[in-house]
Write a protein of this length. Structure first.
Length: 295
């Protein structure tokens, strides 16, 4: 039996309903993207004036800058480290709640709170919590002087922003992992338990393959978020330092554009960042998704 096709007869009412959304998308996405594309191929005076067409010169300057390649390496390290940590902790928490241990409803509600905290607030909190002279780490530095100091040690600074970003994404991953685990028929899990498979064995051989689509979706989202939404954490926590150890790509765009007043160079970097994220997403869909089974 074929259903009757539903049509919206009032064309102008439909236009009026979607016009505000189209206006917002054009104003905050397409217009800035178009301006960035134009600025990337021109020389934009920092204090106004006539623009000069320079073609690929801005991109040549970007790719010839060793500091830019440093930011690329730092960004890749940051993205993959925070993604692995956030997804691992999210899956662990979801597996505990899915087993319905004592108080699991309270934990399910509490675990989602961190995702509601803005990135700058997360960065500020972690900056004070892990401060070498005032946070709880200061007690460790009393016994082991200089063990932890993100202000002077680049490795410590990178660990700090990875922890902060992973903490902010754990709640997001937890919700999706929990939904995926609870969509698995309980009879399958119980059958595995009756066959003698422990909790770890059931998770590895039964539950993880069944939530592979969720796993793949979260990989794409976490990596993308690590590249484009990490500015607030880096700016508040480390400011790109020390010695550019946490100078990620998105933060370098801000530094060159708003501090260095080189809008054209920043626009070129923003296009490179966009293309890099698109390339990583394509690679994930092209190669990682092959291992994902949807049925």
């Amino acid at each position: 039996m074929s259903g009757k096709r539903v049509t919206f007869k009032n064309f102008w009412l439909a236009i009026l309903l979607i016009l505000p959304q189209l206006f917002l998308v054009f104003t905050f996405f397409y217009w800035p993207a178009g301006e960035a594309l134009y600025w990337a191929f021109t020389l934009e005076p920092p204090f106004g004036g006539e623009q000069q067409w320079v073609g690929w010169q801005n991109f040549e300057t970007v790719f010839a800058d060793p500091l830019y390649w440093n930011s690329v390496k730092r960004s890749l390290l940051f993205a993959f480290s925070s993604t692995a940590l956030a997804m691992g902790i999210g899956l662990l928490l979801a597996s505990f709640v899915d087993r319905q241990l004592a108080g699991y409803k309270v934990y399910r509600f509490i675990y989602f709170w961190p995702y509601a905290v803005a990135a700058p607030a997360v960065g500020l909190a972690f900056r004070f919590i892990f401060a070498p002279d005032a946070g709880f780490v200061s007690a460790i530095n009393v016994w082991f002087p200089g063990l932890w100091n993100p202000a002077l040690d680049g490795f410590d600074a990178m660990v700090l922003i990875v922890l902060a970003n992973a903490w902010s994404m754990v709640a997001y991953n937890f919700i999706f992992f929990l939904a995926g685990l609870q969509s698995i028929p309980r009879s399958l899990v119980e059958a595995g338990a009756m066959d003698g498979a422990g909790a770890v064995r059931r998770m590895r051989d039964l539950q993880l393959p069944l939530i592979a689509p969720t796993f793949f979706f979260l990989i794409v989202i976490n990596i993308t978020d690590s590249f484009v939404n990490s500015f607030g954490i880096v700016d508040i926590t480390t400011g790109g330092g020390p010695a550019r150890a946490t100078d990620l790509m998105v933060f370098k765009i801000y530094s060159d554009g708003f501090k260095g007043k080189d809008y054209s160079l920043a626009a070129a970097q923003s296009l490179v960042l966009m293309l890099m994220v698109c390339a990583l997403t394509f690679i994930q869909f092209r190669f990682v998704e092959r291992r994902v089974h949807y049925s």
